[in-house]
Design a protein around this ligand. Sequence first.
Ligand SMILES: [Zn+2]
Length: 132
Amino acid sequence: MTAPLTDAERRELTAALRARRKTLRAEIAAKLEVQDNPALMGLRNRMEETDDWAVADLETALDIAEISRDAGELRDVDAALARLTGDGYGECTECGGPIPYARLVANPSAARCIACQERAEAAQRRGPPATL
Ligand SMILES: [Zn+2]
């Protein structure tokens, strides 16, 4: 099954994904640099020694949550780039149907068509299915 994308469209989406990857990598690197901040390290060491888990620890955890969200998006972008170089880009990973070009422009790392994405998000909100 071939993706219904022209070469020009694929090139455009590849460029968008590469730019996004660059931005995400820079953001993650910048946030990791904050994590290496000596003051923060000292604070963390103190918390480990004294069991004094204060608000600062929560803030560190929030930073980490942000990094892991960025890392998750970076993984999606990398996966989309891998699909672009091979086959299957622009096809829904759930139902195999084509993902509209407009959706790909808005979100080049989209792996699902809108219907499947909405179903996946609804399932995520509900939590894992009780029976499967
Ligand atoms: Zn689908």
